[in-house]
Ligand binder design. Sequence first.
Ligand SMILES: Nc1nc2c(ncn2[C@@H]2O[C@H](COP(=O)(O)OP(=O)(O)OP(=O)(O)O)[C@@H](O)[C@H]2O)c(=O)[nH]1
Ligand SMILES: [Mg+2]
Length: 233
Amino acid sequence: MCFLSQLFNRRARESARSTVHAPKPVPTFTENDIIIVLVGPSGAGKSSFINKAAGSDVAGVGHRLFPSTGGIKTTRITNDSKLSNVVLVDTRSFDDTENSGARVLRDVFDWLNEVCQTNILLSAILCFHRISDNRVAANHITVDPLKHLFMFRKLCGNEAESRIVLTTTMWDEVQERVGKSRLVELESTHWKTMIERGSTTFRYWNTQESARELLQMVAEQTVQRRGIQSSLS
Ligand SMILES: Nc1nc2c(ncn2[C@@H]2O[C@H](COP(=O)(O)OP(=O)(O)OP(=O)(O)O)[C@@H](O)[C@H]2O)c(=O)[nH]1
Ligand SMILES: [Mg+2]
């Protein structure tokens, strides 16, 4: 080995030894928190929902052609007393490969284990779907959520189906009649079993009121569930 490469290797080793890795800031959660994860394909409107709910530009919204959100990002709702325990979790989007949805859920699982000292389950998973899409990719998690039940249960507990909200966006991009008929089709095919088992659908109107209506619904259900659980234990 020449002198220069020996010197380079020694410097690299010394520099690796002396590098101080600052601890990553870890968000802290309590058992009272209501953690809601948003999943869905790129451009479905996950980050803009968070901005609308929070009332400020906290989540990067993409206006270009490529996926915008790169990883998990949490936002606590601070300016609505009814939603003070709500934490929204933005995720990277799915691509068209079959395992993409599973990978995103695995990221959420790893993140949940990393940041939660106690065993906190998700209060809800909002699966975003653009009603303006005139075709659906059958392998997408938001089109065929049943395929991901195993991971949903790991994240939300045994009654995971009732914590899934199939959230449709982009209603302003379609004629009401067309959007309604697509929703009916989804409810009677891909989403049928999930709905029979307790999942709900929600038409999101791209407004703060609509975002907060959905979050309040989830928050109320969570508080009710926790009340029942603590009265049983
Ligand atoms: N017309 C219309 N546009 C919307 C709606 N919701 C979101 N958008 C727009 O759609 C684009 C993509 O929205 P994002 O919130 O970045 O989508 P995302 O799901 O976070 O996308 P990724 O971060 O790439 O996964 C932005 O230009 C938004 O302003 C809606 O309901 N109607
Ligand atoms: Mg995004």
